[in-house]
Design a protein around this ligand. Structure first.
Ligand SMILES: [Zn+2]
Length: 271
């Protein structure tokens, strides 16, 4: 699943190809994505100039003066820039064709992605309005989540994966950040001290920053025909390493399921 670092890198990668370009045509080959792709895009977007390309959580927001296109990559989506004349694949569901002959193409085999359109201020859209802070912003602090965690009985892993608390901490990054912070994933959120939250917030920022940096070097060009973003290859300390030795203490990495998600940790390094 594309996680925040992949979406950030995608957003940066497509931005330079889209900014200040005018939309010529919208092609919807498959309207049945996570939500129906609004047919009115075909009428309302052509002629519009793209004025910004931004990310909020895992949504890519492509703004014009008349409205904002909201894209989400879902479980298996990817975006690339191709010539509009490039033959389309079975899973290429949506094209945003530009006047310069280039096109932003959404590929999504599992169709959990989204293409939506709003003419209201985009951050007030129901999918975005209740989201917690961006993990790499100055609003995401240990003090803030420490306060929010008091009396919370949920385990810390699910707590940091809750988009109302902070956005973009996906399953892999949650396991990795908890390992770096030395916190056991089953620990009750409300029982964690402020100094430990400080370590955790620092670790979350650290793993995401490293992944984005890695992504920037992995995905240099969104115009390659095979340039489909996948998982970034990166050094993982615990995720996917069940029964392999901990890189710090050599004890075997444990595995459990929390909130239906695979969870990896070291019982020696994480308390
Ligand atoms: Zn260990």
């Amino acid at each position: 699943m594309p996680e925040l670092p992949e979406v950030e890198t995608t957003c940066n990668g497509i931005s330079k190809h889209l900014l200040n370009k005018t939309v010529a045509e919208v092609i919807i080959r498959q309207p049945k994505l996570r939500w129906p792709v609004p047919a009115r895009l075909k009428k309302e977007l052509p002629g519009c100039k793209i004025i910004s390309v931004k990310r909020r959580a895992k949504y890519i927001l492509i703004a014009t003066k008349t409205g904002t296109l909201i894209l989400h990559l879902g479980m298996s989506g990817s975006l690339r820039i191709v010539k509009a004349s490039t033959p389309f694949d079975k899973h290429d569901h949506f094209d945003l064709v530009l006047k310069n002959g280039q096109c932003l193409r959404l590929h999504d085999p599992r169709r959990f992605g989204a293409v939506l359109w709003t003419q209201k201020p985009v951050l007030e859209h129901k999918l975005l309005s209740k989201l917690g802070p961006e993990p790499l912003s100055s609003e995401f602090t240990a003090n803030a989540i420490f306060k929010q965690s008091r009396n919370r009985k949920v385990n810390i892993k699910q707590f940091i994966m809750n988009a109302h608390i902070v956005v973009g901490v996906g399953n892999i990054y949650a396991s990795e950040a908890l390992f770096l912070a030395g916190i056991h994933p089953r620990k009750t959120a409300g029982s964690i001290s402020l100094p430990r939250f400080k370590k955790l917030v620092k670790s979350i920022k650290q793993v995401l920053t490293a992944a984005i940096k890695q992504g920037g070097t992995t995905l240099k060009d969104f115009t390659q025909s095979d340039g489909k973003p996948g998982y970034f290859q990166q050094q993982l300390n615990v995720y996917g390493r069940k029964n392999q030795p901990c890189l710090v203490c050599k004890k075997l990495i444990s595995h459990c399921v929390l909130g239906q998600r695979a969870t990896y940790y070291c019982t020696h390094c994480q308390k």
